[in-house]
Structure formats: structure tokens, C-alpha cells
Design a protein around this ligand. Structure first.
Ligand code: PEP
Ligand code: MG
Length: 324
């Protein structure tokens, strides 16, 4: 941890004019859990559950999954931990369950696959619920939602898993349920999703990829994969506005949450939490503690009037220079 930054590890993420935001971590591997606990955070905004599925020679069973989920839920309790249901396909293939998609990024990904296999989905949801017994800090989030019915069906399966467990005598609270907004269709249906769910979380890595039609892992087009593209910023701002209007929390868990120069803009868009890798938390916290909310709001207004990523970048960099 850089000296100076370490001093704010125990301090809240509050602007000089008193606006707070939750800074949470993204986890997946056990080592990430340890690192996150060291820097101090408000919980886990995204736990990617796919890693054990990717390194295993077959689908891990319910008990095996419980162990993994319990580890992270227990490590952060009583802070909230958002477990994302299996998000394979796209850039995360499962060797023992190939999708045979010609275009995996537009194919059988995330909740599309798990809804087609309720036995896989229910096993995971049961494992999450069983892992949370006695802790009650679980939140469940569904990836790659592009239709309202997907969110409804996934939430219904979660309630079914909960009812099954209750019949078996396993009692636990129904967790908060959310969807990732990472497909342009979900941006335009954010209001319908928010009315049906407890929270939304913007997956800006995929959202930028799909909005800009740029493969996020293709180095040839890397220079036009740009989170400061006005279309990306307007999409994020519109979801933030929906959350504020409906009183539903919206977070962002893609890599732009961990960019100190962008975080104040996201805060001004009304996002109530930003989730990032643990190595980013303190730098983002420092900028939040430095730039007043009123200045972030003025910056956002100017940024939303920009027509090119270059104009946005100039404004954002000038603001960073102003506050050192
Ligand atoms: C995202 O798409 O922004 C995201 C957080 O999910 P992943 O990077 O795991 O696809
Ligand atoms: Mg994603």
C-alpha cells in the first residue's frame, strides 16, 4: 500500500461537502479476498463465481460450491456480499460444457445459459442460500440480462430454491436480488428491471463493448474501446437517473469504477456504490475525499454536453489537475 494512501484506509468515502458513496470490491479468487480485507471496503459489489467452474473438470456440486461462497460471505460479514450467478460463455468458456457459438459474445452467455439449465442454476442458487445461513449478508445478481422475462424467471428460481430449502428446514433470509446492466437493451429497460428487482449494477466492461461494437479483448481495436465515449457515459448516467427516480440503488462494477478520474463523474450520476479491484480502492477514495460533490456535478454537466471522447478526456484531466 502506498504511504499516504494507507492513512485513509479507515476513513469513509465522503466528499468534502458531505456526500457519501460506498466503495466495494470485486472478488473471485481466494487471494483477492485477502487483499480486499486489507484495504478496507464497504463489502463485495461483485463476486465472480465462475472461476471454480472454469478450473474444475466438471460442474462443482452443491456442497463444493457452498464452501466457496461461505468463504467470501464469512470473510466480509456483516458487510454485504454480492454473488453473481454463473457468467460463462463469451470470454469465459467452460471446457467441459462448450457452447459451440460462432460468435460467443453474442451467444449463449450468462443467464441465458443458466436459464436453459435450471438444474445447474438451482444448484448454484441453493448453494448460495445455504452458504448464507446465519450471516444474512448475501445479495444475488444475474449477469447478461437482456430481457425483463429473464430477470423474472431468474428471480422466480431463486425464490423456488429458497422455498425448497425452507421445506428442508434450512432457514435463511431472502437476499436482495439484482441484475447487471451490461447489454444496451438493459439500459433502455432499466426502469422495468428496477421495478422488479432490488438493485441494478452496471457492468461497464461489457456495456462499453456492446455499445461501441468493440471486442474488449481484441488489441487491434483496443484504441477505440473507450469508457469515456459520450455514448457510454450517457448510458451510465441514464441508469443512474432511473435508480434515483425509483429509489433503487444502482452500482457500477466494471473497470471504470476503479479509475480515480472517472469515479467523481459516476458519483454525480447518482450511483450509490462503485465496485473495483481492491488495488484501486484507496486511490478512488482519495479522489472522492478531495473533489466536492458540487464540483463533480458541474463536471458531469459539462461532460454530458461533449460530443467526443477527446473532449471528455480534456475536461476530466483538467479537473484532476485542479485538485492535484
Ligand atoms: C462487466 O462486464 O463490466 C463486468 C463487471 O463483468 P465481467 O467483467 O465479469 O464480464
Ligand atoms: Mg460482464
Amino acid at each position: 500500500m502506498t504511504a499516504g494512501l494507507a492513512d485513509i484506509a479507515g476513513e469513509p468515502a465522503v466528499t468534502p461537502d458531505g456526500h457519501s458513496i460506498s466503495l466495494t470490491v470485486n472478488t473471485g479468487l481466494a487471494a483477492e479476498i485477502e487483499r480486499a480485507l486489507e484495504v478496507g471496503c464497504a463489502g463485495v459489489g461483485l463476486h465472480r463465481t465462475e472461476f471454480p467452474f472454469m478450473v474444475s473438470p466438471r460442474f462443482p456440486g452443491e456442497d463444493e460450491q457452498i464452501e466457496r461462497y461461505r468463504e467470501v460471505l464469512e470473510a466480509f460479514a456483516p458487510l454485504p456480499v454480492t454473488l453473481r450467478t454463473l457468467d460463462v460463455g463469451g470470454d469465459k468458456p467452460l471446457p467441459y460444457f462448450p457452447s459451440h457459438d460462432e460468435n460467443p459474445f453474442l451467444g449463449w452467455r450468462g443467464v441465458r445459459m443458466t436459464l436453459d439449465h435450471p438444474e445447474i442454476f438451482l444448484t448454484q442458487l441453493r448453494a448460495m442460500l445455504r452458504a448464507s445461513v446465519g450471516l444474512d449478508n448475501l445479495r444475488v445478481m444475474f449477469p447478461m440480462v437482456s430481457r425483463v422475462e429473464e430477470a423474472e424467471r431468474a428471480a422466480a428460481l431463486l425464490r423456488r430454491a429458497h422455498a425448497e430449502l425452507a421445506e428442508e428446514g434450512v432457514l435463511t433470509a431472502i437476499p436482495a436480488i439484482g441484475a447487471m446492466v451490461e447489454v444496451p437493451a438493459a439500459v433502455y429497460q432499466a426502469e422495468s428491471l428496477a421495478r422488479r428487482l432490488d438493485f441494478l449494477s452496471i457492468g461497464s466492461n461489457d456495456l462499453a463493448q456492446y455499445l461501441l461494437a468493440v471486442d474488449r479483448n481484441n488489441s487491434r481495436v483496443a484504441s477505440i474501446y473507450d469508457e469515456l465515449h459520450p455514448a457510454v457515459l450517457r448510458a451510465v448516467a441514464s441508469v443512474g437517473e432511473v435508480g434515483q427516480r425509483l429509489g433503487k440503488p444502482v452500482s457500477l462494477c466494471g473497470s471504470m469504477a476503479g479509475e480515480p478520474a472517472i469515479a467523481p463523474l459516476l458519483m454525480a450520476m447518482g450511483l450509490e456504490s462503485l465496485s473495483m479491484s481492491s488495488g484501486r480502492i484507496l486511490r478512488v477514495k482519495r479522489v472522492i475525499r478531495t473533489i466536492p460533490y458540487s464540483a463533480a456535478q458541474a463536471l458531469l454537466e459539462a461532460v454530458l454536453a461533449c460530443e467526443t471522447p477527446g473532449e471528455v478526456r480534456r475536461l476530466v484531466n483538467a479537473e484532476m489537475d485542479r485538485y492535484g
